[in-house]
Design a protein around this ligand. Sequence first.
Ligand code: ZN
Length: 248
Amino acid sequence: MKSAGPTAIQKLQPQQKNGDSMSYQHLDWQGKVIHLPKGKVVCIGQNYLDHIQEMQSKTAPEALFFIKPVTALCPLAAEFAIPTQHGAVHNETEIAVLIGKKLSKASEDEVMDAVWGYSLALDLTLRDVQAKLKQLGRPWEIAKGFDGACPLGAFVPAEVIQSPQQLQFSLYVNGEPRQQGDASLMIRGISRMLSEMSQWFSLEPGDVVLTGTPAGVGPLTPGDKLQLSLQSGSRVLLDVQTSVSSQL
Ligand code: ZN
């Protein structure tokens, strides 16, 4: 029998703050450093039907994958900073998967053994910049990959989570519910997503995969107070209180 795990509530990490990607390191839910390097963040878009509908996006059977560079990483912790000079910065609350072993052209059967654990991330998006780039038919990297574009929480080890595809999560902004997510509603489940991503991009130890956002994306403003939680059934795995500041 495994022990039930130390504490269900993620402690704030005071040493990690201010959206500084240099200070980011992977931490577990007890606040211990995970000895994996920082790496790229591979993301999927359009993975929940309600978000596709709210964006009035055109869909295709092929998956939409994109990458945030390692410099996008920052701790979700007690505070993170957003740019204020490029129009709206939207929240996209997503389950994050930390890769523990290399996956290259892997089959669905192989991928789950390579998962170190799960957390929550914000796929911060410069929505006005993205809309303009889409209009021009250009790639929208800068809207998704800017410095600090990926605040990332502490990771719950995979062995604690029996059914990752049953995880639920939420985002409250200033006490108001904004996003409710349920991993069972993903269009591409986690194993299929990791396998397909690995056909294009080798996933290396320390890389992170973001699994898509449900509906409820909207603008964040410096001063906003956020609460994010990750649950497995009735068990709260992560409960993060954080706030938004502005990048200098
Ligand atoms: Zn996203």
